[in-house]
Ligand binder design. Structure first.
Ligand code: PMP
Length: 304
């Protein structure tokens, strides 16, 4: 239960019910909350956080892209995140770090003060009442008419709450049409990503994914590309036209919480036998890596 979790809040550890934000705060009014989401899992050596260094680096980049100042250094953030996991008993789940402005504000610009900081340990399924997806369960997807935010409009690689209106409208539209997830194209019409997921396609045994530039730099995406190369799977990161969705043998989303999310249908096109062989291999490898069963990728795990 969320209320029972111990939450890091500006240097203190408090009950989940005490970690709240005033309605008139700048972060509610303008969406000026930056965040990142990490995953931790049980390994033979205890609980470990997946790619803590990469997530904290991305959080720092989000702050820098928006000219915001964080109250902790990189090393202090590592320590605070680990300590928050230690103080909670959840065996595996997600960690959400949030930089926010609680000050009441009518201004467009955020207060000239450093961000405040909260760190939550979460069970993404249990804490929000959503049924967890079973292993290898697949989802349906719909190509949205909403295009991915263009990098010339806002810093799209900042994980800031305001940017998530883009994925929100795309996924809402997908659900209105009876599909679970959205696939967004960029302004040029190339495949970009899901609302909060990176996307991969498999064609003739090769793993394809859009290049960074018009998408969020997904840490699972980057990890899957490296793992696939270590597995001898050919990879390609570059411009992918929408038509490739009709030709792909397999399609899956990736992200911190689900890791690999196989897609069984895109619009009218049904992909038979989902998840396909490459998707299964990658999902199994990522499961092995995050639970510490692949020594080649031990340095991706940070023991708490
Ligand atoms: N794209 C967007 C827009 C996202 O919000 C996320 C979730 N952070 C991803 C892709 C997947 O990124 P990651 O693998 O780092 O969770």
């Amino acid at each position: 239960m969320l209320e029972n979790r111990i939450v890091y809040l500006d240097g203190n550890f408090v009950a989940g019910s005490e970690a709240t934000l005033p309605i008139l705060s700048h972060s509610v009014g303008r969406g000026s909350a930056i965040f990142d989401v990490l995953a931790f899992a049980e390994t033979q050596e205890g609980r470990a956080i997946f790619r803590l260094d990469e997530h904290v680096a991305r959080f720092l980049r989000s702050a820098a892209a928006l000219g915001m100042t964080l109250p902790l250094s990189e090393a202090e953030l590592h320590a605070a995140i680990k300590e928050t996991v230690r103080r909670n008993t959840l065996e595996e789940g997600a960690i959400k770090i949030i930089g926010f402005y609680p000050e009441p504000s009518f201004s467009l610009l955020p207060p000239p003060t450093p961000l405040h900081l909260a760190i939550f340990v979460l069970d993404p399924a249990g804490d929000f009442g959503e049924a967890p997806l079973a292993e290898n369960e697949s989802v349906t997807a719909f190509v949205s008419r909403w295009r991915r935010l263009d990098p010339r409009t806002v810093p799209i690689e900042a994980k800031v709450a305001a940017n998530y209106l883009n994925g929100l409208v795309a996924r809402t539209e997908a659900q209105k049409h009876g599909f679970a997830y959205a696939i967004m194209l960029d302004l040029e019409g190339n495949i970009a990503e899901g609302g909060t997921e990176s996307i991969f396609l498999v064609r003739a045994g090769c793993l394809l994914t859009p290049n960074v530039g018009h998408i969020l730099q997904g840490i699972t995406r980057k990890s899957i590309l490296a793992a696939a190369e270590a597995m001898g799977i050919a990879t390609f990161a570059g411009a992918l036209q929408e038509e490739i969705l009709d030709e792909a043998d397999e399609i899956f989303f990736s992200g911190t919480v689900h890791r690999v999310l196989p897609v069984s249908r895109v619009g009218d096109r049904i992909l038979p036998d989902t998840p396909g062989p490459v998707t299964r291999m990658i999902a199994a490898r990522m499961q092995a890596i995050t639970s510490g069963r692949d020594p080649r990728f031990k340095d991706w795990l940070f023991a708490i």
